[in-house]
Design a protein. Sequence first.
Length: 362
Amino acid sequence: MKILVIHASAGAGHKMAAKAVYDVLRDDPAHEAVFVDALDYANPLFRATYRGSYTFLITKVSFVWGFFFGLVDLPGLQPVIRLCRRAYNALNTPRLHRHLIEEQYDWVISTHFLPIEVVSALKKSGKISSRLMACVTDYDVHRIWLGSGVDRYCAASDWTGNKLRRLGVADDRISVTGIPCSKKFAVHRDSGDMRRQLGLETGAFTVLVATGSFGIGPIEEIIDSLEDFQIIVVCGHNASLYQRLQEKAAQHVKVMGLVDNMHELMAAADVMVSKPGGLSVTEALVSRLPLIFFNAIPGQETQNVRILAEHCLGISGCTIAEIAVKLRELRASPETFAEMREQTKVLAKPDAVDAIVSLLRE
């Protein structure tokens, strides 16, 4: 079976989800899998603007992003928005259109909403007959994920599946698979061994501070408030933050930039203090790692926090001082800590990738 796994590189989560699915398909001789970033098939101006505007909005004026996120989700605007998106995408992604028409994939699996609209438009015009699978990478569903050509929606949870139904998606097009993440996160690793490999104290209560791929948030203030904890901080693409923290050279802090071993860092940690991105949350839940959230981006991340709170998962709405208090409470109460770890099972779906791949045979 010829399969395209496609994402758009606006934020790291969409790519990581797509890569998790692709890695499994690539090793299966029954499939010919291709991994593509949709923006690589867009014209240069569109590509730069798409990536750059998203980065600017969420890092500098996140309230503006939140406003547009809500505006584009209004039901009454959908016909106009869909028409504009279809025309805009057709104008700016002609190479992607040609690629899809030439290759005529059996399945297109998308972890971003941009390719969903492109594929749906081509299917509607009769130019391709590929089946389309949409893997929603947050715990809520924005209307921008909806496409007339989608044959199967992969939902993060029962809550997500019910939201899709409320948006008018037929039940037989919805599968609650979980958000796909690398199988490495489901492998049990001894925390002491992981800390030893990382050069950390094996018996110290360890906090993983994850800033997201853009390195957003009051990271230095958080770290300064946690002098009595062992800390791993991941700075992502924020080179200036990485440099400042390295210069401080605090003995209890291990500073890392952009990493490819997050599964090992999560295994070494007791708690993760993080932004509530869909993939970060999913990886932590599969790793059975309790979560404390900060600096949620208005829109998808605030929605993630709300849904997780409904499932008694994660601690949110904390000031920097309160984060430190919550961590000390967890360290002092093994019972509460154990309950938080156990609660991660409510939404954790470690077999999400296998569930998604199995749908290709239907």
